[in-house]
Design a protein around this ligand. Structure first.
Ligand SMILES: [Mg+2]
Length: 282
């Protein structure tokens, strides 16, 4: 009897040990899965914006569709300017934005994105000081066409005074017309461009505005919500491709700022959370 008792006890202990080992293993595995899942979500949150900036820069640099869209816009601008020049004897001017309208800064977006970063003022100044930006497809030939018709070009940009010399140098590298102090209206006190547009409008007849950001066309768009911006675009339907020539920019702009109410003090993590609440899935 004693032998059978010890045999049962031993077998019991052996099974218990195995069960303990198995449950320990299962616990370890469940912890690992949870940690990995948390890690994946964390990685996604940390890289959502920089990865997005990289992807849209890839589109700007590599998609022939991007090039086609830019050429389409500048072809339209050419047709409209030809018509405008014939319809008036007044001296005409064109008002254009610079970044992502005339100059292509996608290498800056890539440079930052590869480091897991986005826009930083000092890094931006470092980039613009190189005066190495390429041109947006169609911009040089259109601006030169305008100059050939006696139409002056005014560059209204939110680049700052410290970027003046390098900006003129960058534009001059491509022999773009009116790349000089008089025609380059930089940001001074406000990023709103209406004051500078009025300054030009006081002396000249503006044939058209060219830009990648809706605030490049009218102050109606300044600091407006996404819904309001959308409604105003509809109300101005006849202007697109006529007085207002739009260049695509998926990388940055007020379209993005409007999503977080232009609160640029928010961290990328906070903005990321906002983007996730408004993204539509099914
Ligand atoms: Mg721009």
């Amino acid at each position: 009897m004693t032998f059978i008792f010890y045999l049962i006890l031993f077998t019991h202990l052996f099974i218990m040990k195995k069960l303990l080992l198995l449950s320990g293993l299962l616990f370890f595995l469940s912890c690992t899965v949870t940690v990995n899942r948390k890690k994946t979500v964390a990685n996604l949150q940390e890289t959502f914006i920089p990865n997005g900036k990289l992807f849209t820069a890839l589109f700007q640099q590599q998609a022939a569709e991007y090039k086609a869209l830019c050429l389409q816009s500048y072809n339209m601008a050419t047709i409209r300017l030809q018509q405008y020049v014939k319809s008036t004897d007044k001296p005409l001017v064109i008002v254009t934005d610079v970044d992502e309208t005339v100059l292509d800064n996608s290498p800056f977006a890539v440079h930052q994105g590869l480091m897991g970063k986005e826009y930083e003022p000092e890094a931006w100044y470092e980039w613009t000081s190189l005066a190495k930006a390429d041109t947006v497809p169609g911009a040089p030939s259109f601006l030169k066409f305008a100059a050939s018709k006696g139409v002056q070009v005014f560059y209204i940009t939110n680049r700052e005074e410290r970027e003046r010399a390098a900006t003129i140098k960058n534009l001059s590298n491509y022999d773009l017309p009116n790349a000089d102090d008089k025609h380059l209206l930089l940001k001074s006190t406000t990023s709103g461009k209406e004051g500078r547009r009025q300054q030009v409008a006081n002396d000249y007849e503006i044939a058209m505005f060219i830009g990648d950001n809706l605030a490049d066309f009218t102050d109606l768009f300044d600091k407006k919500t996404p819904q309001r911006r959308s409604n105003i675009v509809s109300s101005l339907q006849a202007q697109w491709g006529d007085k207002f020539i739009v260049i695509p920019n998926t990388n940055y702009g007020d379209w993005e700022g409007a999503l977080f109410n232009y609160n640029y003090k928010l961290s990328s993590h906070e903005r990321d959370s906002i983007y996730r609440t408004i993204l539509k899935s099914y």
